[in-house]
Design a protein around this ligand. Structure first.
Ligand code: AMP
Length: 419
């Protein structure tokens, strides 16, 4: 397999799939350009070798051509960050895109319009009537899959090399993230730096694991984390359960949780996960105390109580000090750490303390040589809020993609390149 470090892009025309799906305000100003910055090293490497670049990305979830989701909004920022005037094609597949791609000289960059303006990118039919028959639905799906192949082939025809640097969409088998790779031989398709770094970080955690390995799973619901927890139970030494999930486990064990968030239909599942942890010799670490509130607000009245003795009318919104200590001890003695999800409602400053304590313990462990990977939505927001992102070994840019990778699934965007 080719690697970006060793590849010489001089004279090559490179289609780079990035994830520039950045948040925009109502005036189309970018409110967080992290995703653009993340792909800059790859783009700069190609340019410094003397290659030219065709950038493909999606933005938002358009249902068709829609100016609101035009990538034109972010063109100036890309030019600024790259230090090169980037040109634009108003459509990603038409003659203009083809001709502008063909005319690119070494060192030049073209941004294509939003790939998701076409249903073929995702390969799923749009606008099916509510009363469509099963046959009509099946025919529409088949047609869109065929369109997807055509789209991938067309995009591939613009370039001599394919680079995938869109980790955020690596779990999708879309035209530009996976299918397109079929139209390049093994020597002309590769991962960008971001994609490679993400893969290396996850593999360091799941495959080449230094022990003890501790995973901290927080967030609101067990239901959204079952597959990950099950996969981790075959890999970790310690599994810390935090956040809203705590109360489903506590109730399953017979505790009183007041009006804390709880999935009553997942009580048996919680018990089976506890049993599985025992069977696998995994140290399952649950909260012992909670910071409770009399309503869901930053200004609620609060108290600390044992996690299984929450009074009626109160709810647990964060872990308590005993739990902070218990979690920190496990974390600080770990050599590999994975953090997904806050320990409480960290968006409210008064309930961010537990997440902050977990973050601090990870910083300490990382300082002592542990490898720490933080990822999956809110934990990234957490480390950013606490100003400790640069003290983690790796902060993932992938939400769903990272979670599916940790669940042990094969990601289409990765398979397409490395087989
Ligand atoms: P997730 O997207 O599943 O990682 O969940 C993250 C969300 O879980 C954050 O918005 C937190 O505010 C929320 N959360 C964490 N702990 C609790 C809790 N004890 N009660 C309600 N929501 C919580």
């Amino acid at each position: 397999m080719q690697t970006i470090d060793k590849f010489d892009f001089s004279g090559q025309k490179v289609f780079v799939r990035v994830d520039f799906n950045v948040p925009l305000d109502e005036k189309f100003n970018i409110t967080d350009d992290t995703r653009i910055r993340a792909a800059i090293p790859t783009l700069k490497k190609i340019l410094s070798d003397g290659g030219s670049i065709i950038i493909g990305s999606h933005l938002g979830r358009p249902k068709g051509i829609d100016a609101k989701y035009s990538l034109k909004h972010i063109l100036p920022r890309i030019s600024e960050l790259l230090g090169v005037e980037v040109s634009f094609a108003d459509d990603c597949l038409g003659d203009e895109a083809f001709e502008k791609s063909a005319a690119l000289q070494g060192g030049q960059v073209l941004l294509l319009e939003n790939l998701r303006f076409y249903a073929a990118e995702e390969g799923k039919p749009r606008g099916l009537k509510d009363d469509a028959s099963d046959e009509e639905i099946a025919a529409a799906k088949k047609a869109e899959k065929a369109n997807q192949k055509e789209m991938a082939k067309r995009l591939a025809s613009f370039a001599t090399v394919y680079v995938n640097d869109a980790f955020g969409t690596a779990h999708r088998a879309h035209a530009s993230t996976a299918i397109i790779a079929d139209y390049f031989d093994a020597n002309h398709k590769l991962f960008g730096y971001l994609m490679q770094n993400e893969i290396d970080a996850v593999e360091k955690v799941l495959k080449n694991t230094a022990r003890p390995f501790t995973a901290i799973m927080g967030g609101s619901k067990v239901s959204s984390k079952i597959d990950i927890i099950e996969n981790l139970l075959t890999k970790v030494d310690n599994l810390i359960i935090a956040g809203g999930m705590t109360y489903t486990f506590t109730k399953a064990l017979g505790g009183n949780i007041g009006k804390s968030i709880c999935e009553d239909d997942k009580l048996d599942l919680a018990l089976s996960l506890i049993q599985k942890a025992k069977d696998n010799n995994v140290n399952l670490v649950l909260a012992v105390d909670a910071k409770i509130a009399d309503n869901f607000s930053n200004d609620a009245n609060t108290q600390f109580v044992p996690v299984n003795a929450i009074p009626e009318g109160w709810e647990g919104l964060d872990i308590g000090p005993e739990t902070e200590k218990k979690f920190a001890e496990v974390i600080e003695n770990s050599k590999t750490i994975l953090w997904n999800g806050p320990t409480g409602v960290f968006e409210f400053d008064n309930f961010a303390g537990g997440s902050k304590a977990v973050g601090k313990a990870i910083v300490t462990a990382t300082g002592k040589g542990a490898f720490s990977l933080v990822g999956g939505g809110d934990s990234v927001a957490c480390v950013n809020k606490f100003g400790i992102a640069d003290k983690m070994s790796y902060v993932s840019t992938g939400g769903g993609a990272l979670l599916e990778f940790i669940e042990g699934k094969e990601l289409p965007g990765i398979k397409a390149i490395r087989g």
